[in-house]
Design a protein around this ligand. Structure first.
Ligand code: MTE
Ligand code: CO
Length: 429
């Protein structure tokens, strides 16, 4: 791994007075970088002349009836890893976390995971059936659902396999690929509890079997306690109808639980009793342990975080003050605190949390004005949730879980920043 160099934590943004940040940092480096005070040719480079876009009319209001990001941002897209899956339909792509701000994922770049391709469902034909151990089996059209009281909530969805390729060693060089099987949007829909109460669920009910309308069906079991707690049947995300690839016209929202239970193109919910415990779909995803046994029912996503800038896609380009930024989350509730280390986990400094902190939702953190002096840094973030759980180092996690599983890797991520500012995914012993 080579010799580790330590950047002094006392120089970091948390302790830095604001005045020094402005003087020593932004103003000075901006002018120096553009050379605006230097030669005559520098006016254009400094943006001080009048560019073409200021001299002519812009696009018409009819040019983009449904808008897209600026074409200058065309590289900010979902990406897949070619060798990862045998087919493109039963596959996954990844959210470009390195390019995102705040905690909301724009609809067009939410990662996709399908087992049988994204179904194209006609909302007029679509039905949701609720049956099994209920007093009144029900069949809903989309119009029926839209006449029921609705709720809007922000939640993250993380695939249980997020970081699955990183269990044995640092493998993929980009936060998009190490952590990008996650998105966070505002869902609007009907509470599942309300629908189950309409149907009159038996007191003996223990499980739901939920089914999608795609070719995979994706039958999954959801424990009744969770179903009656905070699950939703959602038809909208971030203010508009679900995207086809996210389950249009209807998906199950299972806050804090692994993504595979969030059945898309939702068409059927069957209610069953405890005899269903042994059914195959109750334990579809299991985590193979070092001794050959497997963990089951590991639905809740453990507390986790990652630095999204700097990262392999966002190298450091300037010495002096820099912003460290990242995301933290917990499937068990709120993120309580996030710490950042610049020396591979020996010393930690508390990051600043920006924006709302909501349960089972992504939370943005910052370390402002961190002075980079051009030396090598082993950068980490560590999240703590309101149950008191502390995100573990990979070595500690491996001691308990081994390296055979591909699921539920919530270990601390290490980014190595070299002297030229490039950032690499590394594993510390
Ligand atoms: N639902 C159906 N019907 N079919 C699927 O293949 N994939 C599941 C889940 N729901 C899947 C599904 C898995 S494994 C995950 S991680 C999430 O959907 C991914 O949701 P997304 O595509 O909105 O990111
Ligand atoms: Co998944």
């Amino acid at each position: 791994m080579g010799e580790k160099k330590t950047n002094q934590l006392k120089d970091s943004g948390a302790a830095m007075p604001r005045r020094r940040f402005l003087q020593a940092g932004l103003a000075g480096s901006a002018l120096a970088a553009t050379g605006a005070l230097g030669g005559a040719k520098s006016a254009a480079a400094a943006g001080l002349d009048i560019p073409d876009w200021s001299r002519q009319l812009g696009a018409s209001v009819d040019d983009a009836p449904y808008g897209k990001p600026s074409h200058h941002e065309s590289s900010v897209i979902r990406r897949s890893v070619e060798w990862l899956t045998a087919t493109r339909e039963s596959s996954v792509n990844f959210t470009p976390l390195y390019a995102l701000e705040g905690f909301v994922t724009p609809n067009g770049i939410c990662f996709e995971r399908h087992h049988g391709g994204a179904a194209d469902v006609d909302p007029v034909e679509h039905r949701l059936m609720i049956h099994g151990m209920v007093d009144r089996p029900l069949l809903f059209t989309m119009e029926d659902l839209l006449r029921l009281p609705r709720v809007s909530r922000f939640f993250f969805l993380e695939c249980a396999a997020n970081g699955g390729m990183e269990w044995r060693n640092a493998q993929l060089n980009g936060v998009q690929f190490t952590h990008g099987m996650i998105h966070c949007v505002q869902y609007t829909g009907v509470s599942l509890k309300l629908l189950l109460e309409e149907a009159g669920v038996s007191t003996k009910a223990k499980w739901l079997m939920v089914e999608g309308g795609d070719s995979a069906g994706m039958n999954r079991s959801v424990p009744i306690d969770k179903a009656l707690d905070d699950c939703m049947v959602a038809f909208a995300m971030n203010g508009e109808k679900l995207r086809a690839e996210q389950g249009y016209p209807l998906r199950l929202v299972v806050p804090g639980f692994e993504g595979n239970m969030w059945v898309k193109w939702l068409r059927r919910i069957e209610v069953g009793d405890e005899s269903w415990q042994a059914r195959e779909e109750t334990s579809k995803y299991t985590d193979l342990m070092p001794d050959g046994r497997a963990r089951r029912f590991t639905w809740e996503m453990d507390c986790k975080s990652v630095i999204t800038s700097p990262c392999p896609e966002n190298p450091l380009t300037h010495k002096g003050p820099n912003v460290i930024s990242g995301l933290a989350w917990s499937g068990r509730g709120n993120v309580k605190r996030v710490d950042v280390s610049l020396d591979g986990g020996k010393n930690w400094v508390e990051a600043r949390i920006e924006g709302p902190v909501m349960p089972k939702c992504l939370t943005r953190f910052y370390l402002d004005g961190w002075e980079w002096d051009g030396s090598e840094v082993y950068m980490q973030s560590r999240a703590i949730d309101d149950t008191g759980y502390v995100q573990p180092q990979m070595t500690a996690l491996q001691k308990v879980r081994g390296i055979n599983s591909i699921y539920h890797n919530n270990a601390i991520q290490t980014w190595f920043v070299n002297k030229t500012g490039e950032v690499e995914n590394v594993r510390l012993a």
